[in-house]
Design a protein around this ligand. Structure first.
Ligand SMILES: NC(=O)C1=CN([C@@H]2O[C@H](COP(=O)(O)OP(=O)(O)OC[C@H]3O[C@@H](n4cnc5c(N)ncnc54)[C@H](OP(=O)(O)O)[C@@H]3O)[C@@H](O)[C@H]2O)C=CC1
Ligand SMILES: O=C(O)C1=N[C@H](C(=O)O)C[C@H](O)C1
Length: 244
C-alpha cells in the first residue's frame, strides 16, 4: 500500500485526485491539505501530490522535499530555476515528478508536436482553458513550446516567417523560447490545445481536448505508483510511459 497526501485538496483537481486515490485499491489517502491547513499531516504520506496555485507551488515543493517525501507536482508554473534548486535539495532515493499535463492525449500531443516541428516553416501554439485558470500561458503550452523549440534548434531552424512590424496590442501573442503562444479563456471549456504547423501549400493541426478532469486521473494514479521507482527529478509523464 502506498500512502498519499494531497495539497490543494479542496480545489478542482485536488478533490478529483483525492477521490481517485480513495478509489484505488493499492493507494491510501492519508492527508488532505488545503490553504490554511497544517502541512505536517503530509509527513504520513509516502507521496505528496500538489495541485495548488502557481504562487504556492515553490514553497510547497521545498517543504515536501525537505520533509523527505516523494512528490508529484501537477501545479503549473514550475520554472527552470526552481527545478535546478529542487535537484540540488533532493535526498538519495527521493523522487520528484513534475507533470505539465497528466492526460495521455496531451502527452502524445506534445511528443507529436516536437516530432513534426522540424518539417514545417511555421509553428504556433493555441491553448484554450476555463476562465478560472490563474496563469497564462498554461504549463502544457509552455512545455509544448519548449519541446518544439528544442526540436527546431536541433534541426537548425529558427523562428517561422512573420512580417509583422506593428502590433501595439500584442495580437501576435506571447512567445516561449521563440515559439508564439496564444491563450484563450472561455466559459464552458476545460483544457484544450492546438498546435498549428504550416509550410508551403500545407498545414497540419494537432489538437487535444480534456473534456473532464477525470481525464487526468489515470496519469495522477500512475505517477503516485511510480514516482518512488524514479529517484531524482523528472519532468513529464513520458518517462513513466512506454511510448517507444
Ligand atoms: N498537470 C495537470 O495535468 C493539471 C494541472 N492543473 C494545475 O493544477 C493547479 C490547480 O488547478 P485547479 O485545481 O483547477 O485550481 P483550484 O483553484 O480549483 O484549486 C487549488 C486549491 O489549492 C488551494 N491552495 C492555494 N494555495 C495553497 C497552499 N499554499 N497550500 C494548500 N492549498 C492551497 C486553493 O485554495 P483557495 O481556493 O482558497 O485559494 C484551492 O483549494 C493549477 O496550477 C493548474 O494549472 C490543472 C489541471 C491538470
Ligand atoms: O488549469 C488547468 O485547468 C490546467 N492546467 C494545466 C496547465 O497549465 O497546462 C494542465 C491542463 O492544461 C489544465
Amino acid at each position: 500500500m502506498i500512502t498519499v497526501g494531497v495539497l490543494g485538496a479542496h480545489g478542482r483537481m485536488g478533490s478529483e485526485a483525492c477521490a481517485a486515490v480513495e478509489g484505488a485499491e493499492d493507494l491510501e489517502l492519508v492527508a488532505s491539505v488545503d490553504i490554511g491547513d497544517d502541512r505536517e499531516a503530509l509527513r504520513a504520506a509516502d507521496v505528496v501530490v500538489d495541485f495548488t496555485h502557481p504562487s504556492a507551488v515553490a514553497d510547497n515543493l521545498r517543504w515536501c522535499v525537505d520533509a523527505g517525501r516523494h512528490v508529484v507536482v501537477g501545479t503549473s508554473g514550475v520554472g527552470h530555476e526552481l527545478l535546478d534548486e529542487v535537484r540540488g535539495r533532493l535526498q538519495p532515493g527521493q523522487g520528484v515528478l513534475v507533470v505539465p499535463n497528466f492526460g495521455i492525449g496531451a502527452v502524445l500531443m506534445m511528443r507529436f508536436a516536437a516530432q513534426a516541428a522540424r518539417f514545417f516553416d511555421s509553428v504556433e501554439v493555441v491553448e484554450l482553458h476555463h476562465p478560472r485558470k490563474a496563469d497564462a500561458p498554461s504549463g502544457t503550452a509552455t512545455r509544448t513550446a519548449q519541446m518544439i523549440a528544442a526540436a527546431r534548434a536541433e534541426a537548425g531552424l529558427g523562428p517561422g516567417p512573420d512580417a509583422t512590424t506593428h502590433d501595439p496590442d500584442g495580437a501576435r501573442g506571447a512567445t516561449v523560447d521563440g515559439i508564439p503562444v496564444h491563450a484563450v479563456r472561455m466559459a464552458g471549456l476545460v483544457a484544450h490545445q492546438e498546435v498549428l504547423l504550416g509550410t508551403e501549400g500545407e498545414t497540419f493541426t494537432i489538437r487535444h481536448d480534456s473534456l473532464h478532469r477525470s481525464s487526468f486521473m489515470p496519469g495522477v494514479l500512475l505517477a503516485c505508483r511510480k514516482v518512488a521507482e524514479h529517484p531524482g527529478l523528472t519532468v513529464g509523464l513520458d518517462a513513466f510511459l512506454d511510448l517507444d
